[in-house]
Design a binder for this molecule. Sequence first.
Ligand SMILES: [Zn+2]
Length: 378
Amino acid sequence: MQRILIQGRALYDGESYLTDAPAAVLIAGQRILALGRDAEAAAGPEARVLSFPGQTLMPGLIDCHNHLSLDPSLPDYLLRMNDPVPELTLRAVPLLEQDLLSGVTTSRCLGDKGFLDVHCRRAQNEGRLMGPRLQVATRGIRAPQGHGFVGYPFSGPEAIRMAVRENLAAGADLIKIYLTGTLRGPKGLPGTFAKAEVRVLVDEAHRAGVPVATHCVGGPGLDLALSCGIDVIEHGYFMTAEQIEALAASQAWLVLTPSIFFTDARLETLHGGLKAPHLAQRGEVGAVMARVAASGIRWAIGTDGMHGQLAAEVAHVVGFGAAPAAAIAGVTTRAAELCGLEQDLGRLAAGKLADIIGVDGDPLQDVTALQRVRTVIQ
Ligand SMILES: [Zn+2]
């Protein structure tokens, strides 16, 4: 098997810098064989050498919340999720390439239309599509009266049971349910589904060994999610101090997606006057996110469709007060754990898959180094 020796200026394995040996990774086939001095020693004269002298080598990034066909650069981009599935699929293809070139070698997808995510996952696996490795939720499950532009409406325990089973049959790696909207409204943070419906959904998914994620910003929906054993809370923008404590004490994870509130360009392309309330609620959300950063919650980071811009989300999280190492873990080691992929991904170590990026600079000193990805190996 062809061996490739990759050399850089520095090597960050996802937890610490290799300081006592050369910054080198030896790979054979899909896997990492050795790091540092061992890599140089085991390479042998036949190994191909790829040298990136100015770069910090580190694990490929994991985007923990994406939608393959969501493109926030389009005007009224949420409404564009109602376009026909072939159009959405064509849109997804270059967006996935953009993700990969930005250093995202794995993406967790929280819902797309028409099972297009299953087809993209297969095409990527077969080398027909340039993009991150994919974990997919298939159809997002939302209530008829509830939020969820990338979801489909279902109502009642039996309809939800069927929806979960159909998603599993199609190959869902996780199940996604919408339990709240995104903004605080005139009626606060109303929930969508009844307890009996959520129970059935969690039961069906867990029996199949598949985790459940929920779009949930707070309110009674969050209490319901935790009491029903949902595995991952997505967003969490309006959690109370008590809910932050309860989440930290639970087994559940949180995925932080700052750009919906904190990236100005994204607010410009929202439809129907949604920009103003997002801006008005930015301060409240920022205060919650700062509390999350200082809490014991297990969290990771996602773009929610800001393709190619995971590094900007990381910078926002550092802005909330997280240490750069913790924020980087949120797109590498912790992200892999959240996805259940820590055996293979998230860290540079012998035996792991060789998803490696090279960045210009020291990301621990300056996380904007993640915005200067120069090399992507997948
Ligand atoms: Zn989303």
